[in-house]
Write a protein that binds this ligand. Structure first.
Ligand code: UDP
Length: 239
């Protein structure tokens, strides 16, 4: 396949922690992480540079811990560490299929992974390595969606893809409301004004103000990532 056949050269792919759980309700399903790593390598082998942000909701979320009585900042630190665990799991899954991935963490942990700098991440991408951008923004009270938008801007991604468990953006939660209307394309401002469950407002505004197009799609649709890169309209586009 020629690079010219593909719609992007550099993407930021955001996977929620829950996307790694498969049918379980906690942790990582090895079969799911293997399949996703194979799809990522298919893109890399086609010449696409991939920055990857993985959430931590399959292990810990600060807000949930705070509801249970934890200090919020400490809970958020636990959430960020959960994203590092997921990132290491993905690095391992990629290495098992000969993928070269570097984990860059927003929190310093030099015995475990690199410390994030935009320059370091861009260098790794230029070398054809997957840059896994862990520990969110490094700050409490943020989400990994906001971290993904920030990193998309920093690595100058052509497109940010949020891979979730639903097919795209709907007027309401399609799991709970069978009347929910699917939006194939919408503006950032509409997503904000109608409070559509795309991403949190900080994440959307970062994409809007820095003109990073955003694609919401279902990670459980095998091969969809590659078909999207080949120009198929998949999921919802927010621009
Ligand atoms: N988190 C944080 N700062 C960040 C990103 C994440 O404090 O910049 C914490 C926060 O507690 C969050 C948890 O890490 O709940 C896991 O991230 P998130 O909930 O975004 O994961 P996802 O829903 O994508 O699995």
């Amino acid at each position: 396949m020629q690079m010219t056949d593909l719609i992007c050269q550099r993407i930021l792919l955001k996977l929620s922690g829950e996307a790694l759980m498969g049918g379980g309700d906690f942790g990582i399903d090895p079969a799911v992480i293997q399949r996703v790593s194979e799809e990522i390598m298919e893109l890399v082998n086609a010449g696409i540079q991939i920055g990857l942000v993985i959430g931590g909701g399959n292990i810990f979320r600060g807000a949930g811990l705070a509801q249970g009585g934890f200090d919020r900042v400490r809970g958020d630190h636990m959430g960020m560490l959960a994203t590092v665990m997921n990132s290491l799991a993905m690095q391992d899954a990629l290495s098992r299929i000969d993928g070269d991935a570097v984990v860059f963490s927003a929190l310093q942990m030099p015995d475990v992974c690199e410390t994030f700098t935009a320059r370091g991440a861009r260098c790794a991408l230029d070398e054809g390595k997957v840059a896994i951008l862990a520990a969110g923004t490094g700050n409490p009270y943020f989400t990994t969606d906001s971290a993904a938008s920030l990193r998309a801007v920093e690595i100058k991604a052509d497109l940010m893809i949020k891979a979730t468990k639903v097919n795209g953006v709907y007027s309401a939660d399609p799991v709970k409301d069978p009347q929910a209307v699917f939006y194939p394309k919408l503006t950032y401002d509409r997503a904000l004004a109608e409070n559509l469950q795309v991403m949190d407002a900080t994440a959307i505004v970062l994409c809007r103000d820095n003109e990073v197009p955003l694609r919401i799609m279902n990670i459980n649709d095998p091969g969809a990532l590659m078909r999207l890169m080949q120009g198929e309209e998949i999921g919802s586009l927010v621009v």
